[in-house]
Design a protein around this ligand. Structure first.
Ligand code: PGA
Length: 238
């Protein structure tokens, strides 16, 4: 079970350090759960400092470039992240696909390079509302999952775009159906993302093919992030 908090473009260094200090001992109370936070690039180091050397909480970035270095203004490479102590990265988040021209091909490149360099990778897939309404969910998932490499450090996050930041969560049945489909295509663990909150975490995480959650809004408050991680531990222990 993996619970990852995607902070998006929230929390500068000061806030990231304070949050990390508060949750540094959380994994001691959440047996069976790998706890991950994904701060913005500029707050990665502060989060690592707040956690300290001993903490089992891991820090991932929200993106990673496919080249080791070069003329790529605004990008960050895997060796740069590893040098800081960052253990992984999200790639292909729908906000990057929607607003920053990310494609299946660039997602594949980012995932492959990150894994090869030694990072863990959470690769995001998911259909838009229009795609679901026109019955294209499986085609979209097959296309997005189809490019992802096979690797023991790859995790897939199923994030239906219409459920992200909207308060409209997929029903547990919808999540389970999509996860089972993704698992028929790829053997990676599959996280659910899209309006996960303390109130719905238990039932979503309890679905047989849901291996964890990628949490946006509800990961920004330490108490609600802790509650979701505790729900994960309850499911892991069952
Ligand atoms: P949300 O975001 O939990 O705020 O819906 C999830 C995500 O975008 O990873």
């Amino acid at each position: 079970m993996l619970i990852a908090g995607n902070w998006k473009m929230f929390k500068g260094a000061h806030e990231a350090r304070a949050f990390a200090t508060r949750i540094r001992h959380l994994p001691e109370r959440t047996q069976g759960v790998d706890v991950v936070v994904c701060p913005p690039f500029v707050s990665l180091q502060a989060a690592l400092q707040g956690l300290g050397e001993e903490s089992l909480v891991r820090v991932y970035a929200q993106n990673v470039h496919w080249e080791l270095d070069g003329a790529f203004t605004g990008e960050v490479s895997a060796p740069m992240l590893l040098e800081l102590g960052v253990k992984g990265a999200i790639v292909g988040h729908s906000e990057r696909r929607q607003h920053f021209g990310e494609t299946d091909e660039t997602v594949r490149q980012r995932a492959e390079a990150g894994l090869e360099a030694g990072l863990s990778v959470i690769a995001c897939v998911g259909e838009t509302g229009t795609e679901r309404e026109s019955d294209e969910t499986q085609d979209v998932l097959a296309r997005q999952v189809g490019v992802l490499p096979r690797h023991e450090r790859l995790v897939i996050a199923y994030e239906p775009v219409w459920a992200i930041g909207t308060g409209r969560t997929a029903t547990p049945e919808m999540a389970q159906e999509a996860h089972a489909f993704i698992k028929s295509l790829h053997d990676a663990p599959v996280l659910y993302g899209g309006s996960v909150k303390p109130e719905n975490a238990l039932v979503l995480l309890g679905q047989p093919d849901v291996d964890g959650a990628l949490v946006g809004g509800a990961s920004l408050d330490p108490a609600s992030f802790e509650a979701i991680c505790l729900a994960g531990a309850e499911v892991a222990a069952a």
